[in-house]
Design a protein around this ligand. Structure first.
Ligand code: SAH
Ligand code: SF4
Ligand code: F3S
Length: 484
């Protein structure tokens, strides 16, 4: 390639590579006399889904057409490694892809995302999965076009995994899943180092985006018809602590220049066209009274808070490095409910953290009974290599964990079933998201509390907010009827 003409500045550099790839894709299409297809399989959390929208934007730009299944000319796996079963899932898919590739020799297989940040994974892939063509991690997804071009030019396995985010490039194409709601990254990475969690190792250090940049993105989304935004970060409550990288180093922002998360929320709510604002995830240790005030007073902020507790035992919480006690968490819930009595609270819980005793587990059941969550995501502790908990003594035996997990599930379901009933017969604004998958005479949407409602309607209602009476509670969701 002619290095003189390659731009060094982003995003120009990536647009250059997108153009180069586009030419090669056109040639290939002409040679085959058919379109070239791609498929992206996304695992993990909302961060990954958001990243996949960026990858799709680039693939579309290059000239590939998206299809629903893995039998495509170009398949991308955007991986997750939060628990061991996430890793196993990928290897399962790779087995399938290998047989597909035997039929379509030109098929390109690309892996990216959190799992690629683990050195032992890269070693395994290099040794046992030589048919994988392109590999990159979480810190350079913006370089997809450049990496594809490099692979197409050399035909050699192309691997680029960086240890940290050196640069973030936002002004690239993006293909959104929905026309009416969108995620917006407000920060990247995590600095909390909960002792069980791999995220800080695979997503790197916490870095907040500048307020102006976020507001400009939300304004642009509102102009394109988006009415609901979800502000995304591993710990949105610590937004604003750290801004930028200068000369490869993270720069902490001066207290006087700091923009807090509630201040950011207030600004986002001022944007015309935005009707609903959500955010994920809140770490309890950083949830301020200022945030509670702003949530209570700002009608655009959905009255739903995902507040992962992880365990109800102060002893376990300490060893998890969560930095709150059972009592502090309960006091926080009281402060939240004092201002917003009907708020929907949801949580994440881990069972079987090393050293968890029956008494510790009882504390978890106790906190669930006290808080009464609308929904709780329950996970069996999974040992992640490289995290402090992986080498802790007293790993809990599998049969004990399974037995606790079942008890936990029974309680959680019982409570969320009872909780959701409080909305029965209420009339709620519902944002319509899709035509019901099982019954085309119904549409499906959500209330601000994130309750799913199915009711008679038509496809033209998608993206609109309508008043719906929640008539019939079916366990985790409602049937309803439109009012007015
Ligand atoms: N940043 C968010 C959580 C992101 S990971 C927060 O701190 O709340 C989502 C959830 O996965 C966590 O809340 C936790 O419950 C679960 N999780 C993380 N690591 C895990 C592990 N090693 N084993 C089991 N569950 C885990
Ligand atoms: Fe993981 Fe804790 Fe960071 Fe959440 S806050 S991503 S659980 S280290
Ligand atoms: Fe998984 Fe990475 Fe999210 S490990 S949960 S995809 S940050």
């Amino acid at each position: 390639m002619n290095s003189v003409s390659i731009p060094t500045m982003e995003p120009d550099r990536q647009y250059y590579f997108m153009n180069q790839c586009k030419t090669l894709v056109l040639e290939k299409k002409a040679a085959l006399n058919r379109p070239l297809t791609y498929n992206i399989q996304t695992f993990g959390c909302q961060m990954n889904s958001h990243d996949s929208e960026k990858l799709k934007g680039i693939m579309d730009e290059i000239g590939y057409e998206e299809v629903d299944d893995e039998a495509a000319d170009f398949v991308i796996f955007n991986t997750c490694t939060i628990r061991e079963n996430a890793n196993q899932k990928l290897y399962g898919h790779l087995g399938h892809v290998k047989t597909l590739k035997n039929k379509n020799k030109d098929m390109i297989v690309c892996l990216c995302g959190c799992m690629m940040q683990e050195p032992h994974v890269i070693e395994t892939l290099k040794q046992k999965y030589k048919f994988v063509n392109i590999i990159f991690g979480t810190h350079n997804i913006y370089k997809l076009a450049e990496l594809i071009y490099s692979y197409l030019e050399t035909g050699k396995q192309t691997i680029e995994v960086l240890d940290e985010t050196k640069q973030t490039v936002e002004q690239l194409p993006r293909k959104r899943k929905y026309t009416f709601k969108s995620g917006v990254n407000i920060m990247y990475g995590c600095n909390n180092f909960c002792t069980y969690c791999i995220v800080p190792y695979v997503r790197g250090r916490e870095q907040s985006r500048k307020k102006e940049e976020i507001l400009a993105e939300v304004e642009a989304l509102a102009k394109q018809g988006i009415s609901e935004v979800m502000l995304l970060g591993q710990n949105v409550n610590s937004y604003g602590n750290i801004y930028d990288y200068k000369d490869g180093k993270i720069v902490e922002v001066d207290e006087k220049d700091r923009v807090t998360f509630p201040q950011l929320l207030t600004e986002v709510c001022k944007i015309d066209g935005i009707k609903r604002v959500r955010f994920m995830t809140s770490h309890p240790k950083d949830l301020s009274d200022e945030l509670i005030e702003v949530m209570a007073e700002e009608p655009k902020i959905c009255k739903h808070l995902h507040l992962p507790v992880q365990s109800g035992s102060t002893n376990i919480l300490t060893r998890m490095n969560r930095r709150y006690t059972k009592e502090q968490y309960l006091a926080l819930v009281d402060r939240i409910r004092a201002k917003m009595p009907n708020i929907s609270l949801t949580t994440d819980i881990i069972v079987g953290f090393p050293g968890e005793t029956e008494e510790d587990f009882e504390d978890t059941l106790d906190i669930i009974r006290k808080v009464k969550y609308d929904q709780a995501f329950t996970f069996i502790y999974s040992k992640r290599t490289g995290t402090p908990a992986a080498t802790m003594d007293n790993q809990v035996p599998e049969d004990v964990i399974k037995e606790r997990f079942n008890r936990l599930l029974t309680l959680v379901n019982e409570i969320s079933n009872a909780q959701i009933k409080r909305f029965a017969d209420q009339v709620k604004p519902v944002l319509v998201e899709e035509v019901n998958h099982h019954d085309a005479s119904l549409v499906t949407g959500r209330t601000e509390e994130n309750v799913t409602v199915h009711f008679p309607g038509t496809a033209d209602m998608i993206g609109t907010t309508v008043d719906v009476k929640l008539t019939d509670c079916k366990g985790f969701y409602f049937m309803g009827e439109r009012i007015g």
